[in-house]
Design a protein around this ligand. Sequence first.
Ligand SMILES: Cc1ncc(COP(=O)(O)O)c(C=O)c1O
Length: 393
Amino acid sequence: MSHVMNTYARQPVAFVRGEGVWLWDEAGKKYLDALAGIAVNTLGYAHPRLTKALTERIRSGVIHTSNLWRIPDQEAAADRVAEITGLDEVFFCNSGLEATEAAIKVARKYGHDRGIAEPAIIVMEKAFHGRSLATLSATGNRKVQAGFEPLVQGFVRVPLNDLEAARQVAEHNKSIAAVLIEPIQGEGGINVSRLDYLRGLYEICQKQGWLFISDEVQCGLGRTGKWFVYQHAGFRPDVVALAKGLASGVPVGACVVGGRAKGVFKPGNHGSTFGGNPLAMTGVVTTIDTIKEEGLMDRALRVGEIIRAGLKKQNLSGITDIRGMGSMIGVELARPCGELVLQSLEAGLVLNVTADNVVRMLPPLVMNEAEAQEVLNRLIPNLKAFLVKRAAA
Ligand SMILES: Cc1ncc(COP(=O)(O)O)c(C=O)c1O
């Protein structure tokens, strides 16, 4: 019996080697990875630049110092994150929930600074922001919350893509300090915000003096063809939460602030022992530089289009929607389809199912067009067999 705590429904496979977009299991079987560890392995596996940079950092002997001291790697990483986000200050942490938790704290502090006694944050139905008490309370999924009540107060939930609902809250609730949104919901089923909705929401924030917080933990960092989804909409949020793909697999998160959120946190307001350590920061610098220099955002766009178009062309009944942006791909089926994960593994393809009936693909940004075509070759026969079986049942 394993002593690993039983908190995940794991598939019976262990990957022990990787190269590019390919993984090998313990028995030597080869898999095409269309999931990237859930949007984490931006540069795929064994990318020579990342391997070299991390190896050199480890060889230097200094993988951790402390935020008691200056950390040059952290300064270099913060410069890059500030440049690609267009924001000003970066707090590094170690995960997505820490990034959104920090964003929630920024919003509350901002509210208090403006004289709101109990600041509240607008959040979205079906959102996922993490599993700490505050972030699970902000999450719009009862399954994540059940058993952990009392929830953290101060969240007002509205439906995604419904501007009127946000306007109503603005009119009636004078305690709002911020809006927290995943511009493309990942765990919730690859639900894409309309760009005019994002702009409308941003305008409400401007008018009301609220912070606009973009949780780009899953959808950010080049996956949609731009660094961040808000850049497609053409504005700059006050706070951006990042993690997952930011260091291609080295644990890291970042809460990035600008606009009205700049300067809200003062010394003593927040902290993290590991956050921003030289090892993780080497991962951040190398990941961002490589995305830029290898043109990986354009690649992500093309790969996503190939996969979506290839699936649409099949015109399969039982598929109710094919959606996403760039290499953030959701295929919604009429029925729950969790068993497709194991069937895909058998066909040598790594993907995932979220929200019960949405096949989710988040390939590494290094995937090329031939490999995208190979994803289709491995997926479509399985998908057809599944749909035929289900239609007959
Ligand atoms: C949008 C979003 N925010 C936050 C998180 C939490 O990240 P972590 O699992 O690193 O705590 C996730 C994880 O899936 C996410 O998709």
